[in-house]
Ligand binder design. Structure first.
Ligand code: 1HA
Length: 270
């Protein structure tokens, strides 16, 4: 595949191919643990993915084949969060999680090796997960003095059920790819050497579908779970569609032409 670099970063790689953008954490020496800078770069790349109309699907992955992501880098964990070069403690991965859910394009996690702790939550919030056979999943928070009670708890429970989600967090066990598939935590398991061709094939299948239908579906799946923020996303898409209609354009035109709008021309459905 002819992946083209989009932008240079320190901690991540960012490539594009056909309509696919791929964001890959590039800290394999620490199993792709993230620092505030790693997350800031991923947020920047996600912004670019959102704005770039050519990008239809985003793939999130990790370099090296041994880890997707091992969560927050414990060596930079300070008093109140993870500390970057500006000495400020941050939990900015929570902003990244929200972006993954709200970008109006499917995000596919491609997991080889460890998806652990905050790295596990990152795959959880993606739309789809494709796992290599060497993938290992789990939470570690209660072992290392942390927890993610947001999407990491409630959305995980929506995926695998309350009993299993509580087991995952209370026991901090690790689960292999087959166990993850059995509990509905991942969509598909493939040999490691087939991971790339599988996520490209899945992305191509999505890209072959109606973009607006996919966009509406993502916000529809979110709406039920995300309260007012979820309804805002779905309603934003309703406004987008309404702005495409002649009826909505009549309102704007009447205002600009300083006349009363004439709604009588537009169909009223039962
Ligand atoms: O919970 C949150 C948050 C909650 C709310 C809001 C924001 C949050 C943000 C983040 C997080 C968290 O992510 S908390 C959970 C943090 N992560 C972990 O506890 C996982 C730590 N790592 C491990 O348990 C293990 O490394 C492993 C099970 C993934 C793999 O074990 P293995 O194969 O034995 O490898 P290991 O030798 O441990 O790791 C290789 C190297 O990578 C080691 O460095 P070295 O001794 O070679 O110098 C290891 O220290 C390093 N490494 C691995 N994971 C991390 C790490 N270094 C820093 N941070 C890591 N997370």
């Amino acid at each position: 595949y002819d992946w083209k670099p989009v932008k240079e970063y320190k901690d991540i790689l960012f490539h594009k191919f056909e309509g696919i953008a791929r964001i890959s954490i590039n800290r394999p020496q620490v199993h792709n643990a993230f620092t505030p800078l790693t997350v800031q770069e991923m947020i920047d790349a996600m912004h670019i993915c959102r704005e770039d109309a050519d990008v239809r699907v985003v793939v999130l992955t990790g370099e090296g084949g041994k880890a997707f992501c091992s969560g927050g880098d414990q060596s930079v964990r300070g008093h109140g969060g993870y500390v970057g070069p500006d000495a400020t403690p941050r939990l900015n991965v929570l902003d990244l999680q929200k972006m993954i859910r709200s970008i109006p394009k499917p995000v596919i996690a491609a997991v080889a090796g460890w998806a652990i702790g905050g790295g596990h939550v990152l795959h959880v919030v993606c739309d789809l997960t494709i796992a290599a056979e060497n993938a290992r999943f789990g939470q570690t928070g209660p072992k290392v003095g942390s927890f993610d009670g947001g999407f990491g708890a409630s959305y995980l429970a929506r995926i695998v059920g309350q009993k299993k989600a509580r087991e995952i967090w209370y026991l901090c066990d690790q689960y292999d790819a087959q166990e993850a598939l059995d509990m509905g935590l991942v969509n598909k398991v493939v040999p490691l050497e087939m991971l790339e061709e599988t996520y490209v094939a899945w992305a191509r299948k999505v890209i072959a579908k109606s973009p607006l239908a996919i966009r509406m579906l993502k916000s529809s799946f979110n709406a039920e779970l995300d309260g007012q923020a979820g309804i805002q996303e779905l309603a934003g898409n309703a406004t987008l569609l309404y702005y495409l209609s002649e009826e909505a354009k009549e309102g704007k035109n009447a205002f600009l032409e300083k006349r009363d709008p004439d709604w009588s021309k537009y169909p009223q459905f039962p």
